[in-house]
Design a protein around this ligand. Structure first.
Ligand code: DX5
Ligand code: ZN
Length: 216
C-alpha cells in the first residue's frame, strides 16, 4: 500500500505561494491538496481558477483537488482542464454523483468521492468499484486547523476491509486534523493518503514534519 502525504495549500502563506509550492516540490510529499470552497456547501470561501493556474505553473506534484461546492457537475470539467490530477467532490452535495464522476473520467482525470463526518460510510459502498479514491473527512469540511475526529478511524477500517475483500484498487484518503502525532495511527487504520494543512505549513520545519508523518 502506498503511503502518501498531500499537504493542503489552504494553510500556505498566500503572499509567498510560489515559495511554499517550491518547498513542497522539494519535500517527500507526493501530492498537493487543493481545497476549493464556495461559501454555500461550506461556510467558507477559499479560492478558484486563478489560484489553480498558479499552482499548476509552480507545482511539480500532482494537484489533488477537493471540491467543497454545491452542483459539482457545473465545475468539474473546468478543474480537470485547469490541470487537476484528481478531482473529488462530496457525495452529499449531489442527488446522484454519477454524472459528475463520468465527466471527470471522460477528461482522463482520476475520480474521488468524499463524505463529511456526519455521513454514513455505507453510502460509499455502491461507488467503491468505480472511483479511484474515497476521501473520509476527519473534520467538518470548511476550515483548516480543526481537531481530528477519532471516530473517522472506524470508517477507514471499514473501507479498508471492503476494498481488500472485494479486490478493488480504490485509494483511501483522510483529510482534517492530521499531524505528526496521529499520522501513524491513521495510516495503520488503512489510509493510503493523508492530507495535512496546518501541521505542514505552520510547522517550523515543514519538510521535517512531512518526513515524520511518513516514518513507520
Ligand atoms: C478542510 C479541508 C482540509 C484542510 C485540512 O475543509 O478540506 O483539507 O485544509 O487542514 P488541517 O490539516 O489543518 O486540518
Ligand atoms: Zn481538503
Amino acid at each position: 500500500m502506498p503511503r502518501i502525504i498531500a499537504p493542503s495549500v489552504l494553510s500556505a502563506d498566500f503572499a509567498r505561494l510560489g515559495e511554499e509550492v517550491e518547498m513542497i516540490n522539494q519535500s517527500q510529499a507526493e501530492w498537493l491538496h487543493v481545497d476549493v470552497m464556495d461559501g454555500v456547501f461550506v461556510p467558507n470561501i477559499s479560492f478558484g481558477f486563478p489560484v489553480m493556474e498558479t499552482l499548476r505553473r509552480y507545482s511539480r506534484k500532482p494537484l489533488d483537488v477537493h471540491l467543497m461546492i454545491t452542483h459539482p457537475e457545473k465545475y468539474v470539467e473546468r478543474f480537470c482542464e485547469a490541470g487537476a490530477w484528481s478531482v473529488g467532490f462530496h457525495l452529499e452535495a449531489t442527488d446522484d454523483p454519477r454524472p459528475a464522476l463520468e465527466m471527470i473520467r471522460n477528461k482522463g482525470v482520476r475520480t474521488c468521492l468524499t463524505i463529511n463526518p456526519d455521513i454514513d460510510v455505507h453510502r460509499l459502498d455502491p461507488y467503491l468499484a468505480e472511483v479511484d479514491m474515497v476521501l473520509i473527512m476527519s473534520v467538518f469540511a470548511g476550515f483548516g486547523g480543526q481537531k481530528f475526529i477519532p471516530e473517522s478511524l472506524d470508517k477507514v477500517r471499514y473501507l479498508r476491509e471492503q476494498i481488500s475483500r472485494q479486490g478493488f484498487s480504490t485509494l483511501i484518503e483522510v483529510d482534517g486534523g492530521i499531524n505528526e502525532q496521529n499520522a501513524k495511527q491513521v495510516f495503520g487504520a488503512g489510509a493510503d493518503v493523508l492530507v495535512a494543512g496546518s501541521a505542514v505549513f505552520h510547522a517550523r520545519e515543514p519538510k521535517v514534519a512531512i518526513r515524520n508523518m511518513l516514518d513507520e
